[in-house]
Design a protein around this ligand. Structure first.
Ligand code: AMP
Length: 325
């Protein structure tokens, strides 16, 4: 069976960009029973921007709950917390020696973060190398990611190639799996992706009903009166149609037909109802899960030991290839 690997950073709450861009697909792959799915909370990655220890603890726990409530099933997938294993960081260190600082300082996300005012710490620069280690330590074939992570995955493939050329074939070159909405745009700015760094345009998975309705009703559209799916010229309404499409599994063209002679008000109301009905299932599951906190931490420990068996075994082979043992 092919290996699927994906991780999510616990810095802030999950939004529907994460859900529609990655999580929904990761769950579909898991439920197809055709892949070895390895999913983790990328807590080491979340340390690259300023944080408070007590808040970090809560963010990690909230993300575990959100992912389980969304459908990650520890009986079907290996599900764990990145920092519970030392193998990812050990391989990251090995990979550090295969790349130049210039290559990393030219990465789009690094430059964006610096422009946003984040401190250019070494972790922020080195982030994509640890990400490559996260993926390659399990010899992944596929990585479900949003469009913004494609450059990092390209770097992962380059690292695999550089390593294979220098030390002999070991790594596969993992391919991305994108959803049909790989870049969900912000609700208040259709030119920016929905992102935790712009919270006002984010619809969070855990948002209550009133918040979902408020955010969707106040989402920016345009001055036209007809609903039209035209991502080039009408990005705001097209983003909302795509969100509708992903939550309903109805193609955008059919949605446009359905709302042809109805206004934005009716469309947005219907979208809010739809999103709420889907997220409510997750909210209800969250409540159930919260009754069993201890059980959940046990599940994650169990996941970590399963992941560690694979990671340890691969790391031994890698160390042997480079002459460390
Ligand atoms: P982040 O929260 O930035 O660590 O992202 C976690 C995952 O969600 C990554 O695979 C991203 O590519 C994906 N993602 C984040 N924002 C979006 C978005 N607006 N649309 C689609 N995917 C996204």
């Amino acid at each position: 069976m092919k290996n699927v690997v994906s991780g999510l950073k616990p810095s802030g709450k999950l939004h529907i960009g994460n859900y529609l861009g990655v999580i929904k697909k990761a769950i579909e792959l898991q439920n197809s029973n055709k892949y070895n799915c390895i999913y983790f909370i990328a807590d080491y990655h979340s340390l690259t921007v300023d944080f408070k220890p007590q808040e970090k603890k809560v963010e990690i726990f909230e993300m575990i709950i959100d992912l389980l409530a969304s459908g990650i099933n520890p009986k079907k997938s290996i599900f764990f917390i990145q920092s519970h294993l030392n193998e990812h960081t050990a391989l990251g260190w090995i990979f550090n020696n295969l790349l130049s600082v210039n290559r990393l300082s030219g990465m789009i996300e690094y430059k964006e973060k610096i422009n946003e005012g984040h401190i250019p710490n070494v972790g922020l620069l080195d982030y994509p190398v640890l990400m490559a280690a996260d993926i390659l330590i399990y010899n992944a074939d596929f990585v479900p990611v949003g469009e913004d992570q494609l450059q990092h995955l390209e770097l992962t493939r380059d690292i695999a190639r550089i390593f294979n050329n220098r030390f002999g074939l070991f790594f596969k070159e993992p391919k991305p799996i994108l959803t049909s909405i790989p870049r969900v745009m912000s609700l208040n700015n259709p030119n920016k992706k929905m992102s935790k760094t712009l919270p006002s345009g984010c619809l969070y998975i855990s948002d209550p009903k009133e918040e979902i309705f408020k955010k969707i009703k106040s989402a920016v559209t345009d001055s036209e009166s007809q609903i039209e799916y035209n991502p080039q010229n009408r990005p705001a309404i097209s983003n909302l149609i795509l969100i509708y499409s992903e939550f309903s599994n109805i193609p955008p063209e059919k949605i446009v037909q359905e709302f042809k002679n109805k206004g934005y008000f009716e469309f947005k109301n219907s979208l809010a109802e739809l999103v709420y009905s889907k997220l409510k299932i997750i909210h209800d599951k969250r409540k159930e899960l919260l009754k069993n906190k201890k059980e959940i931490m046990k599940l994650l420990q169990n996941g970590a030991s399963k992941a560690q068996k694979i990671a340890q075994n691969n790391l031994l082979k890698i160390k042997s290839k480079i002459g460390l043992i």
